[in-house]
Design a protein around this ligand. Structure first.
Ligand code: NIG
Ligand code: FE
Length: 407
């Protein structure tokens, strides 16, 4: 076999065995090969295994000095396109004002919508590029990016246009999602909004290809379960994948609704109880937990342990956004998944790789195996467990995306 590049002298090559999403206790079973090598051809892994088993030739050999190598991390949930900041909210919350109270008073997300709509497209592209660069340095090689801070439909489409432009500026794979974040507050405007969303906007998204999934925030201060049913039904009809922000503050039935619509994922789950855990265990929808939100807002953590124990598919994301989770590091999200959500280190690695890829419907990322995209991280340690163990240090030494090293 002839490869473009051979990564050699890998102290421990760590990946998730099998294919597709990993459910329940199997999330804790990793494949670890000592003294390994990985061959890369045309941006994909063409071979991997014990170094002594490699029999081919390579144009270029890279000696990794005995370091551990893990799959590039997949961030299944971010809102990195935003204008302005939420520093005043942060101070208010630190003095005891609740996130929901700020939102009900017209601030919070609505403040960011105003700031984002006033920002130029160039400014949004520039700030999001810098955020994505930090996220890649911290190990994310595939990143989902949601709209959701648009002041109306045209403005939401502008956010998706920003994502399209970002694709030529950063090497990470970017998955675009249209997020229906907040409905108009006036009842008549809300009905007109839902009518347009289901009859015009969602079909438009499906035909122009600007987003692969539709997400909706189901909460007292956002969309009701009935509203969300209309939107998710329209998304399915249009052939788009479905996602939902559910059970963040109240378990209103959004998780069950999204599962019934075959959603790829339900995200947040801080208020999920045994019924929601059982619904996830019985279905194929991925439960995405977002420990940065629990940390930043002081919310209860989503029941990661109960979800794994019941046999559900669990992923972890940063939810990088200015209001509920200013977290830029998937390495830190993995570490928090252990501390806050009760995952084992191995389960948290699976949650940040193979299962996060499943939450995006991507079959070719999240593992190091022949045919997969050559997205991988070289750690500053020979033991992969230093990645979920370490807090706030730079454990990721080198990042390869499609076989090319991030400079
Ligand atoms: O995922 N929960 C709703 N939406 C975002 C927060 C957005 C914001 O506060 O700006 C979330 O937490
Ligand atoms: Fe979110």
């Amino acid at each position: 076999m002839s490869a473009t590049r051979l990564l050699t002298n890998i102290g421990a090559l760590v990946t998730v065995p099998g294919k597709g999403a990993v459910r329940g206790g199997a999330m804790g079973e990793l494949s670890v090969t000592h003294d390994a090598a990985v061959a890369i051809t045309n941006g994909h892994v063409s071979w991997c295994g014990s170094r002594s088993d490699w029999q081919g030739t390579a144009h270029d050999e890279v000696d990794l000095g005995g370091a551990a190598v893990v799959p590039g991390l997949v961030d299944p949930h971010t809102h990195v396109v935003w204008g302005g900041d939420r520093l005043a909210d942060f101070e208010a919350r630190a003095s005891g004002v609740a996130y929901e109270t700020i939102l009900a008073g017209g601030g919070g997300i609505r403040h960011t919508v105003g700031e984002t709509s006033r920002a130029t497209t160039e400014a949004l592209v520039g700030s999001a590029t810098q955020r994505l660069q930090r996220m890649m340095r911290a190990g994310a090689t595939t990143i989902e990016v949601k709209s959701g801070y648009g002041a109306g439909w045209e403005d939401e489409c502008r956010e998706l246009e920003v994502v399209r432009r970002l694709r030529s500026l950063v090497p990470a794979r970017l998955e675009a999602t249209m997020l229906f974040h907040l409905p108009p507050r006036d009842a008549a405007e809300r009905a007109a909004y839902l009518h347009a969303a289901t009859n015009e906007w969602i079909p438009q998204l499906a035909s122009d290809g600007s987003a692969s999934a539709v997400d909706i925030f189901i909460e007292r201060e956002a969309f009701s379960v009935a509203d969300a049913g209309q939107v998710l039904r329209a998304a399915r009809r249009a052939g788009l994948s479905c996602k939902a922000h559910t059970d963040q503050f109240h378990a209103l039935g959004g998780t069950e609704l999204a599962i019934a619509h075959g959603a790829l994922s339900v995200d947040h789950l801080e208020s999920s109880g045994p019924d929601q855990v059982a619904a996830l265990a019985a279905g194929n929808t991925v439960g995405v937990v977002l420990p940065g939100v629990s940390l930043h807002l002081g919310l209860p953590a989503a029941p990661g342990r109960a979800l794994v124990d019941s046999g559900a598919i669990v992923a972890v994301g940063t939810d990088c956004n200015p209001g509920s989770s200013p977290l830029f590091s998937m390495a830190m999200a993995m570490a928090l998944g252990v501390r806050l959500n009760g995952l084992s280190p191995a389960e948290s690695l699976t949650a940040c790789t193979a299962n996060a890829a499943a939450a995006l419907g991507l079959p070719d990322v999240g593992r190091i195996a022949p045919g997969m995209c050559a997205d991988l991280l070289v750690l500053r340690s020979a033991d992969w467990r230093d990645l979920p163990y370490t807090l706030g240090d730079d454990v990721v030494q080198r990042v390869f995306i499609a076989g090319t090293e991030l400079s």
